[in-house]
Design a protein around this ligand. Structure first.
Ligand SMILES: NC(=O)c1ccc[n+]([C@@H]2O[C@H](COP(=O)([O-])OP(=O)(O)OC[C@H]3O[C@@H](n4cnc5c(N)ncnc54)[C@H](O)[C@@H]3O)[C@@H](O)[C@H]2O)c1
Length: 371
């Protein structure tokens, strides 16, 4: 198979979808790998590293999209890329379709096969290609939240862990999955008082067992959320309903319950956000304020730490990319059934229920389209 890796063009996105050792493994399996010039630089990989691994460097995204049977990216294609995508080309990247009608329409129109990292699903229901970036974003949410709490950044002016003789900050985390747990560990490690809320009682029992003493678990319901956000200095949004839009757990009206100078880092912004007033922001202008509450809505948080994120991401994606390349599409779905749920679109048709529901589009089962 011919695999193409364009340079990411989202604002300040420095990750790359393939590291040199990934190119080496693909070429060893008799695939051709084309990398856009300087695509790996932001993550510390030079064109020479890729050439040594057997890849070929091309100057422009146009050449990459024109040549490749499979495009590997990190973030969703942007409007300026839609016109480059070809019918039946495989796009293997993060999409988060349910959060964007424009993206959904753009990729449907291209008639490409869209395999979304975020919905590839293991038999136990876990999302193996979301996990590494959720680990990074969860840990980063506390780092970023702590910075926003500083007075010079518009925050309440509080150190997350306090010092002896002072109160630590209160951190409320909505969702106790991968993002939530990683956020809780970091916040607890810094000495904050942490409340971790989830709907899943089994998950809460587990978290109660493994989390340190300064993390208290609570059932996620409107009453507990209202109580928690009144005390919160920092709220982290970390809920996920796979493939669907996030529920608004903090509505516009509820903002007035929060303290002036408190901070919301809504990591779930890529699925529409679990805070009604959140909208996507970028690393160069990450925050805005509503009703005195600082909102942080960067949708590609791991992009700020590309050296960590690229390696963490490609550690997880490479196995699946090899299966797609080795078995082709749809053969890869039989060889690796975890990829089936990853298929969000085939030839202009939506094949993921959450995406169809988000925009009232017709849903087609993957098997129906392929049989
Ligand atoms: N902004 C970024 O850069 C970035 C990076 C990585 C992940 N994310 C996003 O972060 C979000 C969380 O990802 P994750 O990997 O932790 O997902 P996850 O599936 O591991 O965890 C989600 C948790 O939310 C819980 N949940 C669902 N509805 C809830 C509710 N009403 N109240 C409380 N909890 C609820 C689930 O029970 C689950 O435990 C996703 O939207 C993901 O796309 C964003």
């Amino acid at each position: 198979m011919i695999i193409g890796v364009p340079k990411e063009i989202k604002t300040l996105e420095n990750r790359v979808a393939l590291v040199p050792v990934g190119a080496e493994l693909l070429t060893q399996n008799n695939h051709e790998v084309y990398i856009e010039k300087n695509a790996g630089l932001g993550s510390g990989f030079t064109d020479e590293d890729y050439i040594a691994a057997g890849a070929t460097i091309l100057d422009t995204p146009k050449e990459i999209f024109a040549k490749a049977e499979m495009i590997m990216k990190v973030k969703e294609p942007l409007p300026q890329e839609y016109g480059l995508i070809r019918e039946n080309q495989i796009l293997f990247t993060y999409f988060h379709f349910a959060a964007s009608r424009e993206l959904t329409d753009g990729i449907l129109k291209s008639k490409a096969t869209a395999i979304a990292y975020e919905t590839v699903e293991s038999s136990d229901g876990s999302l193996p290609l979301l996990i590494p970036m959720s680990e990074v974003a969860g840990r980063m949410s506390i780092q970023e939240g702590a910075r926003c709490l500083e007075k010079i950044h518009g925050g309440i002016g509080m150190l997350l862990g306090g010092v002896p003789g002072t109160e630590p900050a209160t951190v409320v985390i909505l969702g106790g999955g991968i993002v939530g747990v990683n956020a809780a560990k970091m916040a607890a490690g810094l000495g904050a008082q942490v409340y971790l809320l989830d709907l899943n009682l089994r998950r809460l029992r587990y978290l109660d067992d493994v989390m340190p003493k300064n993390v208290r678990t609570l059932m996620s319901n409107p009453e507990n959320i209202r109580k928690c956000i009144q005390q919160a200095d920092l709220v982290v949004g970390a809920v996920l309903i796979p493939g669907a839009k996030a529920p608004h757990l903090i509505t516009r009206n509820m903002l007035s319950l929060m303290k002036p100078g408190s901070v919301i880092v809504d990591v779930a912004v890529d699925q529409g956000g679990c805070v009604e007033t959140i909208h996507p922001t970028t690393h160069d202008n990450p925050t805005y304020e509503i009703d005195g509450v600082i909102h942080y809505g960067v949708a590609n948080m791991p992009g700020a730490v590309p050296k960590t994120s690229t390696v963490a991401l490609t550690n997880a994606t490479l196995r699946y990319a090899l299966d797609i390349a080795n078995y082709g599409f749809p053969g890869c779905l039989k060889a690796n059934p975890e990829l089936i749920k990853g298929v969000n679109m085939i030839n202009g048709k939506v094949t993921y229920k959450g995406v169809a529901e988000a925009f009232d589009l017709t849903y087609h089962a993957v098997n129906d389209l392929l049989s």
